[in-house]
Design a protein around this ligand. Structure first.
Ligand SMILES: O=C(O)c1cc(=O)[nH]c(=O)n1[C@@H]1O[C@H](COP(=O)(O)O)[C@@H](O)[C@H]1O
Length: 285
């Protein structure tokens, strides 16, 4: 899917909501348990109930991989069931030496029909480039994540000695920046804003303005509203750009809005509430 197509979907639906299909088989409603594939039955009902109020689905592969072969089958059926109008994200957080990343890219972009995959950039350019080789597919690089552990590396301050020459005199200044800022600056040169997005956690709202200075035009995938407490208003006000530039994900807050037989209707109600609020922010751009 191209950026233009994604933006078209966002403005026609007045929504930049991504529904996270983090489907945990151990907490599915009892009435689905007798089906051959309860996970798929659950996802199917969630997709049917939310597809007109969201523009993307994010499948967190961990929940499927944990079930072995049958989990992978549920994942495959789910991705095929998502309408082609919707942006399909494999939240797989991959990245390895080049020839291995090429296999991951093949798995998610050719064997499975995802539009995008989340990628950990720790191993550098050659670990990310194979994902970028696919036209109309997207690499979503982990930038500043929503969890506490973001302080361990991403929010570590780096000091750079900068030397300038002023009227023949050498002046040394120390500039500090966060490690995640280097990740954004460097990795944004590997691809373009037409094939690269960044994961930025909604719980990091105070960083969104500096992030937009480094990557003013990239789409951001923002998880962390709902169950993790991030504010949709704050991130929208700070980071929305002309073609929106945001996909905001909520998983548990939507798919587990009710644990009973009415789970799909309850999911729809929550998704609609997000959409309504998003419509207000979209009317400001
Ligand atoms: O890459 C992600 O999607 C991700 C990055 C991040 O920084 N924080 C984060 O929560 N996520 C994912 O986003 C989803 C958030 O789920 P909820 O907290 O239930 O809305 C999960 O699938 C997480 O794995």
């Amino acid at each position: 899917m191209t950026r233009k197509q994604l933006a078209h979907e966002i403005f026609s639906k007045q929504s930049y909501l991504c529904v996270g299909l983090d489907t945990d088989p151990s907490i599915l409603p009892a009435h689905l348990r007798s089906f051959e594939d309860p996970v798929f039955e659950f996802n199917k009902r969630i997709i049917d109930a939310t597809k007109d109020v969201c523009v993307a689905y994010k499948i967190n592969t961990a929940f499927y991989e944990a079930q072995g072969l049958k989990g992978w089958a549920s994942l495959e059926k789910t991705v095929d069931y998502i309408p082609s109008t919707h942006f399909k994200i494999a939240d797989a957080k991959r990245g390895d030496i080049g020839n291995t990343s090429s296999q991951y890219a093949k798995a998610f972009f050719e064997t499975l029909s995802f539009d995008a995959i989340t990628v950990a950039p720790y191993m550098g350019e050659d670990s990310v480039k194979p994902f970028l080789a696919y036209p109309d597919k997207w690499t979503i690089i982990l930038g500043l994540t929503s969890n506490h552990g973001s302080r361990d590396f991403e929010l570590q301050k780096l000091v750079k000695h900068k030397e300038t020459l002023d009227e023949g005199i050498h002046i040394t200044r120390d500039e500090t920046h966060y490690l995640y800022e280097t990740v954004l600056t460097t990795s944004s040169l590997w691809g373009t804003d037409q094939n690269t997005m960044y994961v930025i956690g909604a719980t990091q709202a105070e960083e969104f303005e500096s992030i937009r200075k480094i990557i003013p035009n990239h789409f951001l995938l923002v998880p962390g509203v709902g169950a993790q407490g991030g504010s949709l208003r704050e991130i929208s006000e700070k980071a929305m750009i002309a073609d929106c530039g945001l996909l905001v994900n909520a998983s548990r807050a939507i798919i587990y809005a009710s644990k009973g037989e009415d789970f799909a209707e309850a999911a729809r109600i929550v998704a609609q509430q997000y959409r309504e609020e998003m419509g207000v922010y979209l009317s400001n751009v």
